[in-house]
Design a binder for this molecule. Structure first.
Ligand code: DLL
Length: 430
């Protein structure tokens, strides 16, 4: 079902006209209301009147994460506090969180976006949806919650944690859709199996999974464990939270709500804008935001865009699943390695479960990449020859993909750390 036919099936020309109109308005709005943006534009010698076409966006300097940190907490605001009705923050890895502010209209737009991506993933008002994202400063819980309510689904605000109880609720309430991170969905599937449940004990049909990277192979593991159709959705706090883009059932990239978020792909180093289908860093501009306008935000997420209309009927631009973050990219002995490449290899093996850890260290001035992966069946550990064969095969496949040698460790089922929110799989000790 297409939630908003008008917005999601426009011709390219209509979309560009709408985006141009909204871009001009938002640039003027930011300049007039946000001291941060006024200073940024003035420093770059750009005036709102310089932006007449979509292409003119390239005259505007980028906004980066440190702009938000340096202006902590409310320095990017464009409204007085009496217009703010919600405050969220993302924890980030170091120092102060980045804070985001929403007006009533911002929340309305956010719910609309989430309702659209949930409908694209196959959810309807008949669904019973269990949300396993944390309800709090993180945008995942509340973001999905209000969007799914807007769609008319019955929402179970289970929040994160207490996995045994999550499984009990899934079963007893007959949840038909699950919302969470891919790694947590997989964990719930495993735990259900271990606790003696069968797939047929659940009515799950759809997984609305996001907030972290995943590979098609990982999604297949989730499907196998929970018997649902997993879909991927993307967003980030600085732009709105979840709802920036999401998969439809054609499984060919995530439809961007581009009447609200204008995407560009750039070369992260030079800032040069790239063409359709080329990989690069995603840059997003919120086209209607009031509380905290954000223009040309460098997400650090690596993806590419496709403009061809989709078989599902939507004409909105699609973004490929995130290949990695530019700051997640490991440089091992001079070679660029994305954790998602390692995941792709590991998840494609029959014998391994969905859990792995990546450790990078330096030994004798050399980078060492160590990959630990859980076996599906612990019995394999008792047969040295088979174990060694599997280890060598994983090593060989990783070498083909990464072009470097790795140290592969096979570990017993259920021994690596599990996560209730976003998984942290990489430790870099260098
Ligand atoms: O993770 C918002 C969200 C919540 C999205 C729930 C989807 C579902 P932040 O905590 O600000 O916001 O983290 C944003 O997470 O820049 C990406 O690096 C990563 N990310 C989010 N969704 C995906 C995804 C939320 N589907 C950062 N695939 C982003 C890969 C994702 N990475």
């Amino acid at each position: 079902m297409i939630y908003n036919k008008l917005a999601e099936t426009m011709t390219r020309r209509e979309m560009r006209e709408l985006q141009t109109d909204r871009l001009k308005k938002t640039v003027r709005y930011a300049y007039n209301n946000s001291p941060f943006y006024r200073a940024k534009f003035d420093a770059a010698g750009v005036k709102p009147s310089d932006v007449k076409t979509l292409k003119d966006i390239e005259k505007i300097p980028f906004t980066v994460k440190s702009d938000l940190r340096d202006n902590y907490p409310f320095g990017l605001s464009a409204v007085p506090m009496d217009k703010v009705v919600r405050i969220h923050a993302s924890s980030g890895t170091s120092g102060k969180p980045t804070v985001v502010l929403y007006t009533k209209n911002d929340l309305e737009m956010w719910s609309e976006c989430v309702a659209r991506i949930a409908a694209a993933a196959g959810c309807t008002d008949k669904d019973i949806v269990q949300i396993c994202f944390g309800y709090g400063l993180f945008t995942g819980g509340f973001g999905l919650h209000y969007g799914l309510e807007k769609l008319g689904a019955a929402v179970i605000p289970a929040s994160s944690g207490n996995s045994e109880r999550q499984i009990m609720l899934l079963k007893d309430f007959g949840a038909t859709a699950l919302v969470g991170t891919p790694s947590y969905a997989l964990y719930l599937g495993e735990l259900a199996e271990k606790s003696g449940y069968k797939k047929s004990d659940f009515k799950l049909r759809t997984g609305l999974l996001g907030a972290e990277g995943s590979t098609p192979e990982m999604m297949r593991h989730i499907e196998e464990k929970l018997g649902l159709h997993p879909t991927n959705n993307y967003g980030l706090s600085e732009i709105i939270g979840p709802g920036v883009s999401g998969d439809c059932l054609e499984d060919c990239g995530m439809h961007v709500n581009e009447d609200f978020f204008y995407p560009e792909i750039i070369d992260g180093e030079t800032g040069e804008v790239k063409g359709e289908g080329e990989f690069g860093e995603l840059v997003l501009t919120a086209l209607t935001k009031e509380g905290m306008p954000i223009i040309r935000y460098k997400t650090k997420d690596i993806t590419r865009l496709f403009y061809e209309p989709c078989k599902c009927g939507r004409t909105t631009v699609r973004m490929d699943r995130i290949k990695g973050r530019s700051d997640d990219m490991l440089i091992i002995r001079g070679v660029n390695v994305f954790p998602s490449q390692i995941e792709g290899v590991l998840m494609a093996m029959e014998e391994t479960a969905g859990h792995y850890e990546i450790l990078v260290k330096r030994e004798n001035f050399m980078d060492v990449l160590e990959v630990a992966v859980e076996l599906k069946d612990g019995a394999l550990l008792e047969n040295y020859a088979n174990l060694e064969r599997l280890r060598a095969e994983i090593h060989r496949r990783l070498k083909t993909v990464l072009q470097i040698d790795t140290v592969v460790k096979l570990v017993e089922p259920l021994t690596l750390k599990r996560f209730e929110g976003k998984a942290k799989r990489v430790t870099d000790l260098r």
